[in-house]
Design a protein around this ligand. Structure first.
Ligand code: NAD
Length: 423
């Protein structure tokens, strides 16, 4: 009955195509709520903006920016902002949809949104980065706000960029709206524990999955793709629990060390010059990363990284999706057939949005919690969500991903049904 979307042509393994196939797989478990499922297959609102800035050399450069609000049935839109040369409307749509599923899966009172600018920020000066951030914020200012849609950091964005976004929105609206973004610096209404929250959530869900598999974390070998905010923090926490980080890949290349990489030395070097500048491991071709002998694989870079071929050759028994959408649907099937357990992105990396929620609540109440309180609450929310999803997976004999979608989609579509269709 519904017309196809005209502005996107998803392929099987493209981010939006991957998302649609994940939704299709859950339909048999939705019962009567299935009549609302089309709601999930199109964004509520998608804004494309022109972002012109004057560069340091006097040229006027134009960039394309996006903010997509996928679904707001359960609350305001929530989701990060990505600065990357490959960002497209389709990618942002998929990322916004995964936020809808994620916030529902951990039962936060939010919908899903996402934003981005098609730009390589590494090629901008600090002055240009501030200008592009402020102009973009001003352009999307007509649809974001503390009660409507709350951005946060994602790939290549950080606390400083959130501070500029908060300031720009506040200047345009005539107040100080700390609750308009999360992931802010601490003295601007940020929350303790936010920077490490996503990596911590990957660790919490991974520790529980390993326990249920009977895998001892002490001595477990871990390969991590993407060594930024999510990958490096998750690696640190697993190493503290006794695991060995045997392979790390970032945009500069891949390093391996079967005895375990020394993270205390690696992390500052990787932050500055990339992992291949580190001398405590062997540099290998990027493809070799997927062959590395390991027990746990943590994709924490970009979408579409675990292809069918890579799923076939990984030696991991457990995959923890730190990144959003790292596994294409065909690879998902191969991993399931091979008995590899996948903790899906929409639960595994939900620690970031959970502490973003804590930050937002603290901003509204102007009362700030200590870090122990944050981490205890984060642990509890992630464990409750994971246990419920695990029970659903056991009950229906389905993968953790389909179980997560079943739990999340039921919450979203129930809210949709109870709100009713306006007019
Ligand atoms: P980041 O910018 O801090 O780090 C990204 C890392 O990926 C860097 O190490 C970079 O070198 C690496 N990378 C980029 N392109 C690569 C390539 N082609 N091959 C290998 N490595 C590559 O970003 P982040 O915040 O750590 O986000 C990583 C992933 O986690 C993304 O999928 C993001 O959407 C997801 N995520 C982030 C958060 C968060 O709170 N930051 C929350 C949930 C999910």
């Amino acid at each position: 009955m519904s017309e196809k979307l005209s502005f996107v042509s998803p392929t099987a393994n493209s981010p939006w195509g991957t998302y649609l196939s994940q939704v299709d797989r859950v339909v048999p478990y939705l019962g009567p709520l299935a009549r609302w499922v089309e709601t999930l297959k199109r964004p509520k609102r998608a804004l494309i903006v022109d972002v012109p800035i004057e560069m340091d050399d006097g040229r006027i450069a134009h960039y394309e920016g996006y903010r997509v609000q996928h679904n707001m049935s359960r609350g305001p839109g929530k989701g990060g902002v990505r600065f990357h040369p490959d960002v497209t409307l389709e990618e942002v749509m998929a990322l916004s949809a995964w936020m809808t599923i994620k916030t529902a899966a951990v039962n936060l009172p939010y919908g899903g949104a996402k934003g981005g600018i098609r730009v390589d920020p590494k090629k901008l000066s600090q002055n240009e980065l501030e200008k592009i951030t402020r102009r973009y914020t001003s352009e999307i200012g007509i649809i974001i706000g503390p009660h409507t849609d709350i951005p946060a950091p994602d790939v290549n964005t950080n606390g400083q960029i959130m501070a500029w976004m908060m300031d720009t929105y506040s200047m345009n609206t005539g107040g100080t709206a700390t609750g308009v973004v999360t992931g802010k610096p601490l003295h601007l209404g940020g929350s303790l524990g936010r920077v490490k929250a996503t990596g911590r959530g990957v660790f919490v869900t991974g520790r529980e999955a390993a326990r249920r598999l009977g895998m001892d974390l002490r001595g477990a070998r871990i390969a991590v793709q993407g060594f930024g905010n999510v990958g490096s923090v998750a690696a640190e926490l697993f190493a503290e629990a006794g695991a060995k980080i045997v392979a790390v890949q970032d945009h500069t290349g891949t390093i391996v060390n079967s005895n375990g990489l020394d993270l205390a030395t690696l992390i500052p070097i990787a932050n500055k010059d990339g992992v291949i500048a580190f001398k405590g491991g062997d540099v290998v071709p990027n493809d070799a990363f997927w062959d590395t002998a390991c027990d746990i694989l943590i994709p924490a870079a970009l979408e579409g990284q675990i292809t069918a071929e890579r799923a076939q050759k990984t030696t991991a028994k457990l995959v923890l999706e730190g990144a959003n959408g790292p596994t294409v649907p065909t690879a998902d099937d191969i991993l399931a057939e091979r008995g590899v357990l996948v903790v899906p992105d929409v639960i595994c990396n939900a620690g970031g949005v959970t502490v973003s929620y804590f930050e937002w609540v603290q901003d509204f109440s102007s009362f700030f919690w200590d870090e122990d309180e944050i981490n205890v609450r984060l642990d509890r929310i992630m464990m409750n969500a994971l246990n419920q999803i695990w029970d659903t997976a056991d009950k229906h004999k389905i993968t953790l991903r389909t179980a997560t979608y079943a739990v999340a989609c039921e919450r979203i579509l129930m809210a949709r049904q109870e709100r009713g269709l306006y007019p």
